[in-house]
Design a protein around this ligand. Sequence first.
Ligand code: SF4
Ligand code: MG
Length: 316
Amino acid sequence: EDIILEARDLKKHFNLGGGRILKAVDGLNFAIKRGETFGLVGESGCGKSTAGRTLIGLYDATEGDIAFNGRNVRQMDRDGKRKFNRSMQMVFQDPYASLNPRMTVGRIIAEGIDIHGLYSGKERDARVKQLLKDVGLNEEHAGRFPHEFSGGQRQRIGIARALAIEPEFIIADEPISALDVSVQAQVVNLFKKLQHDRGLTYLFIAHDLAMVKHISDRIGVMYLGKLVEVTTSEKLNSKPLHPYTRSLLSAIPLPDPKLQRERERIILQGEIPSPLNPPSGCPFRTRCPNAMAKCAESMPEFKEVEPDHYTACHLY
Ligand code: SF4
Ligand code: MG
């Protein structure tokens, strides 16, 4: 199998002082295949954005390793690191905050090209114009400023900026959650088209499983800094194993009203515990409808319980 990115026991802890450690990402193990869309889902505060930022190198990992194209990022020399930085790009949630309001769109898009010294002069300008067209904008837009564009257009600019240095891998952190529902599908379709045309691999971070399950080949579900389940979108949908995944799926309305009436909605009790003070044993046990005595005593191991289907739960 052709693995492009792999996290091995990846941890990102933040020391908040006074002995308080926020274990935002606490031991992730998963692999992303070349050309696929891997969806990372979970409620806000579960550590999914921190995971994305750690994978791309915006944060230094506290522990564990990241392998890119089979090579450990920690052990890369300067040349390897530069290639890694060129191969990975990020698209952010907020298309308003992530574009510099004082820069023209052309300069915003060309920033990476300039930093990496890829093109200059006419070639650079032609490249920017082409990128604008590739994301569904037009070349005259290069001279304008971000405030002249709608939310959906700004996210297209953010995507053009990410594409400018020809990455292999894009981490998109909730790229459509700040957009109007009417433009969300258009931006999702753009992501799909670009993936098809360029062979891109995506890590798509979202809190909304309903959306992620449509666009992802495989999905990882996070809870309190840990992965609780990883499998194909199809298996997650037809045979979710982890009680947390089952509750998330049960909240998604079904198109068929008869099926909808027959289905049991699993409502979770209580709030997500503070990541500063997670429960003993299984982190989900305070809300789990299936919790048993042993769930308080020991942390379930994250393991492959069926081919290409991983979960961390004492039921399996
Ligand atoms: Fe629920 Fe126990 Fe499984 Fe955790 S290990 S998800 S508490 S059954
Ligand atoms: Mg987030």
